[in-house]
Design a protein around this ligand. Structure first.
Ligand SMILES: [Zn+2]
Length: 107
């Protein structure tokens, strides 16, 4: 059977086989590089995502602490004002006892 094949056809077959193999190889390397690039992108992305999450977590932690502190100061603890003139507790803008608007915050 091989003797019947013409040298040109044989060469074509070899060429086809070689190109097929080269194609497989190229596909393999192409896929490999694409895979590698994707892996790197995913790896870097994952690293950045983890870092971003950490930074965000730290920031949110700080922010939440600040917000909680502010909320605690604003809502939890009511600042009392004491009249500077008579020393009575001022609940409004002016003293209820002497009518003075001079007051100091009592922490
Ligand atoms: Zn007063």
């Amino acid at each position: 059977m091989d003797g019947r094949l013409k040298p040109a056809l044989k060469r074509q077959m070899i060429f086809l086989g070689a190109s097929f193999a080269a194609g497989l190889l190229l596909t393999y390397f192409f896929g490999f590089f694409i895979g590698l690039a994707l892996n790197m992108v995913i790896f870097i992305g994952a690293m950045l995502y983890i870092r971003w999450r950490q930074i965000k977590a730290l920031k949110s932690l700080g922010f939440s602490d600040t917000v909680m502190g502010g909320g605690y100061t604003n809502e939890g603890v009511k600042i009392k004002y004491v009249c500077l003139s008579c020393g009575a507790e001022v609940k409004g803008s002016t003293c209820g006892k002497c009518g003075s608007n001079m007051k100091k915050p009592l922490f």
